[in-house]
Write a protein that binds this ligand. Structure first.
Ligand code: ADP
Ligand code: MG
Ligand code: ZN
Length: 598
């Protein structure tokens, strides 16, 4: 805007200065030329100003116009008299010389100042005018109508859906609630890990209620300029009030409601605080009966400003957690509706292979599988595609470039087959789904995937001891075959030690300690290990260390014994694995059954 103004001025100046060397402008001649013309009485018209004179000469009426600077002190009256005497038409001109010169100097200077101001504002990232424009444009309505999403598109988060159904019902039948005098929720905060469907749930709530859905993300609120975010909040709520009943959804609100921005953050604390305060003002100023419900989502509730969670603000918290086995199967079913599946596909098996996956990852698995099917020119998705898709989603794309050298491949084969074989030979373990020596991601050389039959919340001591043994199976196989171990077992050892330590200190499963809980989980849940959680003596510490080592060593011996007793089988299977790189659990089970009971 300032730019346009500046260019306008520049154009004006150019125009004015152009006027001075117009081709029509008078020809400048010495003053003597004028005096000659005066003497010869050739002048037909004259324009006289204080410092100059312009004239045209007879007899040629088309003759150029002349201009002379007058010699100071020459007698004005005399010139006028003589001109009059020869019958020339005389025009006096009032010069604005002083002003003209001033203008000539001031104009460029003023221009410079204007440009400079504009530039400074620009440097700061945009002027007030720009900021105000942003203030209203970003608080956007995604859709004036309700989003075409319903609770049927969401699965695995039944408790959250139950709560949000009520919210949707309130928006639909407001009178029902107000008549009884029930207090209506004003703000609903969805809390849960990324990808569990918080955004989806908010949209589904609006879709279910059939009301407009306003969405903005917390980060979008906060701007570089103090006051912009607050303006945006005001604007959003003004729009919402006009469209009530409706849902306002603030996604990733932790971007806005952070307790305090770290040093060096590009966004000033002042702006953050002003925006947050405006939001609080709007929340408080709301009469819930208007029919506007504020929803917000976060995966970092710990970063949220406590002020947001006070009564009358986000007074309802809905936990959106990762789905369990049944939930995962249901989510897979929703997303599999959009793709062609081969008849042999069992989504329950896929769900069993994906513990810990959130909805977004499961959606990703289905999509990756469909892409794989397309890539190999098949019309439908097979179980193999899904299997491969899980691996991809889990650990990034298969890294064909990072091939193992043969010797490494051999070691990894023995190692993984060690895990698998020990697992199959022990009674209390999860079935082996697949053994692979295809490197994936940056650090995984091979993998033995075990599929739990169901999500477990309780494990017995014998199950834990078997798990420990399986963890050491890889290393034991290396030891048995090569007489030494490799660095590949580092992660196994770490996990085994961790498990053994918990058995000793938390589950009371060590004889030397007895049924006593020494550590508890609290330390790990509430931000790391707290020194006061270790409340036992040096002596006990030594016993703990000894018991942990004993448990791991016992598991190691057990794994070694098992593998030793089945060494031919181990060698056989490992060399096959080296060949095929991947071995399915069912095939493995068949081989073992044949070998064990010939
Ligand atoms: P969040 O907001 O919790 O990070 P999103 O709602 O953005 O997660 O989820 C991303 C996508 O993952 C959704 O659009 C949907 O396709 C899928 N998804 C996530 N959770 C679920 C679920 N519980 N049921 C069905 N699909 C889901
Ligand atoms: Mg989201
Ligand atoms: Zn291992």
């Amino acid at each position: 805007m300032h730019l346009v103004f500046a260019f306008g001025l520049l154009a004006l100046v150019l125009l004015v200065s152009r006027g001075w060397d117009d081709p029509e402008s008078p020809r400048v001649v010495p003053y003597s030329h004028f005096l000659d013309a005066l003497d010869a009485e050739r002048i037909s018209e004259a324009w006289i100003s204080e410092g100059a004179v312009e004239w045209t000469e007879r007899p040629d009426p088309d003759a150029p116009r002349y201009r002379s600077v007058r010699v100071p002190g020459s007698d004005e009256v005399e010139i006028v008299d003589r001109l009059h005497g020869m019958g020339a038409s005389i025009t006096g001109e009032w010069t604005e010389e002083g002003w003209g010169i001033l203008l000539l100097w001031l104009l460029p200077l003023g221009l410079l100042v204007v440009f400079w101001i504009w530039f400074i504002r620009r440097m700061a990232g945009g002027g007030q005018a720009e900021a105000l424009r942003f203030g209203s444009s970003k608080a956007k309505i995604v859709d004036d109508r309700a989003p075409g999403v319903s609770f049927d598109d969401v699965a695995g988060v039944d408790e959250a859906v139950t709560e949000l159904r009520e919210v949707a019902d309130f928006l639909k039948n407001r009178e029902k609630y107000t008549k009884v005098g029930a207090r209506i929720p004003k703000g609903v905060l969805l809390v849960g890990p990324t990808g569990t469907g918080k955004t989806l749930l908010a949209r589904a709530t609006a879709g279910e209620a059939g009301v407009p859905f306003f969405v903005i993300s917390g980060a979008e609120f906060v701007e570089m300029f103090v006051g912009v975010g607050a303006a945006r909040v005001r604007d959003l709520f003004r729009q919402a009030r006009e469209k009530a009943p409706c849902i306002v959804f603030i996604d990733e609100i932790d971007g806005l409601g952070k307790v305090r921005a770290g040093a060096g953050s590009p966004v000033s604390n002042e702006e953050r605080e002003q925006t947050l305060n405006q939001l609080l003002v709007e929340l408080d100023g709301f009469d819930a009966t208007v029919g506007v419900i504020i929803m917000a989502a976060t995966n970092r509730p710990d970063l949220l400003d406590p002020a947001l969670q006070r009564p009358g603000r986000f007074d309802r918290q809905v936990i959106v957690d990762r789905p369990d086995l049944k939930g995962r199967e249901a989510i897979l079913a929703i997303h599999a509706k959009r793709v062609q599946l081969e008849p042999d596909v069992d989504l329950r098996v896929v769900a069993a292979r994906t513990p810990g996956f959130a909805g977004a990852q499961l959606a990703n698995v289905v999509n990756e599988a469909a892409l794989l099917a397309v890539r190999s020119n098949r019309g439908s998705v097979s179980m193999k595609d899904l299997d491969e898709a899980i691996d991809r989603v889990m650990a990034g794309l298969e890294r064909s470039s990072r091939a193992l050298i043969p010797r490494e491949k051999e070691i990894v084969s023995y190692h993984e087959m060690g895990h698998a074989l020990v697992s199959m030979l022990l009674p209390n373990t999860d079935p082996v789904h697949k053994v692979s020596i295809v490197p994936r991601g940056a650090t995984t050389l091979g993998s033995t995937v075990q599929t739990p039959l169901e999500d477990r919340y309780l494990l017995t001591e014998s199950e834990l001891r078997d798990r420990l043994t399986v963890l050491l199976g890889g290393r034991a196989a290396e030891q048995l075959i090569y007489g030494e171990t490799s660095t590949g077992a580092a992660d196994d050892l770490r996990r085994a030690t961790e498990l053994a330590r918990r058995m000793v200190t938390q589950f009371g499963m060590a004889e030397g300690i007895g049924p006593v809980a020494l550590d508890d989980d609290r330390g790990s849940i509430y931000g790391g290990w707290a020194p006061e959680s270790r409340r036992y003596s040096e002596d006990t510490t030594r016993t703990v260390d000894r018991e942990v080592r004993a448990a791991v060593e016992a598991a190691n011996t057990r794994a070694l014994d098992l593998l030793e007793a089945n060494e031919p089988l181990l060698r056989d299977l490992a060399s096959d694995l080296q060949e095929s790189e991947v071995m399915e659990g069912v095939d493995l089970a068949r081989r073992i059954a044949v070998q064990s009971f010939p």
